[in-house]
Write a protein that binds this ligand. Structure first.
Ligand code: PLP
Length: 390
């Protein structure tokens, strides 16, 4: 029986592993064109290569990022693998330069896979006093001439905002590409491709999906050659997103701007509130004047918001007292604010920083919050009541 067209207003979930190709001529044509473009060939071959439900979700992301192409993958990590691996050309590969303040999973991937297994020449660039120095960066890039520079728009958990316009200008001058993980800022705050960045990555598990119920990743860009390499790599290693997850992602993305704008405004109010609490030693949030990259955040995000992540640290005369306050706070808020190791969920969730980064950020009182889109008064009430009981 042939599939019947029905009057649905949505892209259905196409679960076909392989699609019907009818005859040898159509088959040859389809195989010839399959890496030409992520959307254009209208004949599908095999869902690991391309799938109509996935393409439909990709089109939604292209609208958000205002870009020429977007390629969905099974997770943020598979998007990162795709974006990086297409710059590996055997013995001719120049160094890859990574900023140090990036997601811990990316650092583990760099160390365990890129360095230890693939033997790549990996270099790091470290911030000074919570900020990246452009002159030092220019010196590093001019000596190393890296294949690309890799950065996150807002780092985790210190929330350092990178001056991407300046960084892209320096990298271009020395013939390096720029890859940015824009998961924390999202295209609602700003679009790095407009600033000369070559590839934008998202863990779509986070704000795009926004409900903590699927994992996905995406890489976006405008350069056709990069797109073709990425289509090929995603196909060869099998990083393609499943049609079921693509369908759910596309549905959930319809409320992305509504959710994220509210998360950003809740985070700003909560950061200002926490900043006045005497039991809190320090609050890291790019919207606060005290943050090392507040001016960059204001410039880059045009006053729209500052993201929805906050890190703060409890006071204490010694480590035991700090840990005690941290643990009591986690317990007191646990009905409403759960300890869940992700971000971008509907409700506010938290992570104890020391437990995840024991050597990099060893302050024992530190907590990272991913602020949700619940009603603000309720959120401040939960946090405030807990703090009063510490
Ligand atoms: N990039 C950032 C900034 C992240 O925080 C994460 C995960 O937390 C990832 C990438 C990896 O994404 P995923 O867990 O979807 O593979």
């Amino acid at each position: 029986m042939k599939r019947k067209e029905v009057n649905s207003s949505r892209m259905p979930v196409y679960r076909d592993a392989g699609f019907e190709l009818y005859d040898a001529k159509t088959t040859a044509e389809a195989f010839k064109k399959e890496t030409e473009h992520s959307r254009e060939p209208d004949i599908y071959i095999y869902s690991r290569y391309r799938n109509p439900t996935v393409v439909s979700a990709e089109e939604e992301i292209m609208k958000l990022e205002s870009c020429e192409w977007a390629l969905l993958t099974q997770s943020g990590m598979s998007a990162i693998d795709t974006a990086l691996s297409i710059f590996q050309h055997g013995k001719d590969t120049r160094p890859w330069l990574f900023f140090t303040e990036i997601y811990g999973g990316t650092i583990s991937f760099i160390e365990s896979v890129l360095k230890s297994r693939r033997g790549l020449d990996i270099q790091y660039f470290t911030p000074d006093n919570g900020k990246y120095d452009p002159d030092k960066l220019e010196k590093t890039i001019s000596v190393l001439r890296p294949e690309f520079v890799y950065i996150e728009s807002i780092s985790n958990p210190m929330l350092i905002v990178a001056d991407v316009t300046e960084l892209a200008r320096i990298a271009k001058k020395h013939g390096s590409k720029v890859i940015i993980d824009n998961t924390f800022a999202t295209p609602w705050l700003y679009k790095p491709l407009d600033q000369g960045v070559d590839i934008v990555i998202h863990s779509a598990t986070k704000y795009f999906s926004g409900h903590g119920n699927l994992t996905a990743g995406v890489i976006c860009g405008n350069d056709r050659k990069i797109m073709q390499s990425a289509i090929e790599y995603r196909k060869f290693v099998g990083h393609m997103l499943s049609p079921d997850d693509a369908y759910r992602l596309q549905t959930q993305m319809q409320s992305f701007e509504l959710r994220f704008s509210r998360q950003c405004s809740n985070a700003l109010k909560l950061a200002e509130y926490l900043n006045k609490v005497p039991l809190i030693k320090k609050v890291w949030f790019p919207g606060l004047k005290s943050h090392s990259t507040h001016n960059i955040a204001e410039k880059l995000f045009s006053g729209k918001g500052f993201g929805a992540m906050i890190t703060f640290d409890f006071v204490g005369k010694n480590e035991t007292e700090k840990r005690g306050r941290r643990d009591k706070f986690i317990k007191l808020v646990s009905e409403k604010i759960k300890l869940i190791p992700t971000l971008g969920d509907p409700h506010t969730i938290l992570m104890p920083v020391e437990a995840v980064w024991p050597t990099k950020y060893p302050e024992p009182g530190m907590i990272r919050l991913s602020v949700g889109f619940e009603e603000y008064a309720e959120l401040e009430g939960t946090v405030g009541t807990a703090i009063k009981s510490l």
